[in-house]
Design a protein around this ligand. Structure first.
Ligand code: NAD
Length: 507
């Protein structure tokens, strides 16, 4: 796919309203690899107007839901045929190791599309209930309207599919705003949508920065905002939506804990952590970067972790041997190194990694995978989202202490518990305040399992029936048989109309 210099608005490629462009920079080479059109406010206006028309007067929201399911299934076919191309694009624009791009960035969204289509196919769109007060009640599920979907750069296609497909299946129309770091995969999605021939106006895709995002979420033509990004930006979005009384769902940051019980196997846990904590170079909202280990076995767990992490290949993300690629941007690389520096100043013990550039990787935004031990949960490296390959090992004294440390965070997105004793592990997991937890499972994101956060990780759920419901309004229709009066003769009818006429004025 060659990058487009036009914007995909309402189902057509149109010239942008400005000559400004977005430069896509390879995190590996630091070279500009593509330039794409940047949207201006006039383009947002046009996209929202097209979505509004398509929602208010077009066929999409009124179609039989099963017809929308058929279109999404067709889209999934087209999508799966281009998975490898997509994996290459995502690795080039945001630096994820190609093996991770193939499995998570490219393959999973196709699986999710099919799972979401199945969910919508079996959804109870209309339900008849016997009225408690007599009569009948029909409960229907109708699309919420025009959706503004805001996507971060770290899992661009996964998150696009997580919002766009349930919104479409619900019958909504969508204006999608991907991040400026990752516009190329978004253009590929636009090409695929073109192939299935949606009615005009149903989808627009405007990759752009936060100014475009701000303008879009505050647009009066938008009915619902579905936002994924940082907690700081999510707060701003919530304020805008609060004052406009606009529906909003927020998938925000995390600082999740892996609770390792005292009967867990150190090697299995260490291997699990390379996924749970370090997938995508640690640039994952669900990253479990606090590893809680029992005090009396802390050295064993730290040693196992260090020996697994030090063997991860860091480097060119296109090399299939690479497990940790570069950070998405220079800014992100700097931020992660600052946190590593901070951890040392806070008194944590640096066991592996550090701020030095990895050997042989002077070019590219690389950071050494880093393990800190002797971390206190009150340290900033244990409380703030670093969004890089940095693990903090924190020791606990007993199960009670482990639970209280896991919950001692402003966030509540994900987490895991590690133990061969599933009953004990499940009991602990139930006490951790987070939206999605795994037992001996580093990557618990099943398309049928509702996903989302509590506390400052946001609200609302994506995936599964609950994810679809987030794009639906529930409406009730109470039905009673009409009252049919017996036919009346003309003579009595004249009398009746006099009796029913307006009261005569009296002096
Ligand atoms: P970010 O908040 O800077 O930006 C996210 C998206 O929001 C981008 O498209 C950006 O342009 C847009 N944006 C920023 N400010 C906005 C505003 N005021 N109004 C409207 N749009 C705005 O985050 P990022 O650096 O791109 O992504 C990393 C963050 O995303 C991390 O905090 C990570 O935890 C979070 N994240 C959360 C989930 C989840 O499902 N909970 C998934 C992935 C990433």
């Amino acid at each position: 796919m060659s990058p487009r210099q036009q914007l995909y608005i309402g189902g057509a490629w149109v010239d942008p309203a400005t000559s400004e462009t977005i430069e896509v920079i390879s995190p590996h080479t630091e070279q500009v690899i593509a330039k794409v059109a940047a949207p201006a406010p006039a383009n947002v206006d046009r996209a929202v107007a097209a979505a509004r028309r398509a929602f208010d007067a077009g066929p999409w929201p009124r179609m039989d839901p099963q017809d929308r399911v058929a279109i999404v299934r067709e889209l999934a076919e087209f999508y799966c045929a281009r998975e490898e191309e997509l994996a290459q694009l995502i690795t080039s624009e945001m630096g994820a190791p190609i093996t991770f791009s193939r499995s998570a960035h490219a393959k999973l969204p196709g699986v999710m599309m099919r799972a979401f289509a199945d969910t919508a196919a079996g959804y109870p769109w209309r339900e008849t209930r016997a009225g408690f007060l007599g009569g009948g009640v029909v409960v229907g599920h109708e699309p919420v309207g025009v959706v503004a979907a805001i996507i971060p750069w770290n899992m661009p296609m996964f998150l696009t599919v997580g919002k766009l497909i349930p919104a479409l299946l619900a019958g909504c129309t969508v204006v999608l705003k991907p991040s400026p770091e990752t516009p190329l995969d978004a253009q590929l999605m636009a090409e695929l949508l073109d192939l299935v021939g949606l009615p005009p106006g149903v989808v627009s895709i405007l990759p752009g920065g936060r100014e475009v995002g701000r303008y879009l979420v505050s647009h009066p033509g938008v009915d619902k905002v579905s936002f994924t990004g940082s907690t700081a930006a999510g707060r701003q979005v919530a304020e805008v939506c609060g004052s406009a009384l606009r529906r909003v769902s927020l998938e925000l940051g995390g600082k999740s804990a892996a609770v390792v019980l005292d009967d867990a196997d150190p090697d299995a846990v260490a291997t699990g952590m390379t996924v749970a904590g370090l997938m995508n170079g640690g640039q994952a909202c669900v990253a479990q970067t606090r590893v809680l280990v029992p005090w009396h076995r802390r050295h064993e767990f730290v040693d196992a972790l260090v020996s697994v992490v030090e063997n991860l290949t860091v480097g060119n993300p296109f090399d299939p041997a690479t497990r940790v690629g570069p950070m998405v941007s220079h800014r992100q690389q700097q931020r992660v190194r600052e946190y590593i520096d901070l951890g040392e100043r806070e008194g944590a013990r640096l066991m592996l990694g550090g701020t030095a550039v990895p050997e042989g990787l002077a070019r590219g935004w690389y950071v050494r995978p880093t393990v800190f031990a002797e971390v206190d949960n009150s340290m900033r490296i244990a409380q703030e989202e670093i969004f890089g390959p940095v693990l903090s090992v924190i020791a606990y004294t007993d199960d009670e202490h482990a639970v209280s440390l896991a919950n001692d965070t402003e966030y509540g997105l994900s987490g895991s518990v590690w133990s061969p004793d599933l009953e004990r592990a499940t009991g602990i997991a139930r006490r951790v305040r987070a939206g999605t937890l795994g037992i001996n499972e580093p990557y618990s994101m099943d398309p049928v399992a509702p996903f989302g956060g509590v506390k400052n990780s946001g609200y609302g759920r994506e995936f599964g029936v609950e994810g679809l419901a987030g794009y639906l309004d529930t409406v009730s229709l109470s039905i009673r048989p009409a009252v049919v009066n017996p036919p009346v003769s003309p003579a009595s009818s004249a009398g009746a109309s006099r009796a029913a006429g307006p009261p005569r004025e009296t002096s």
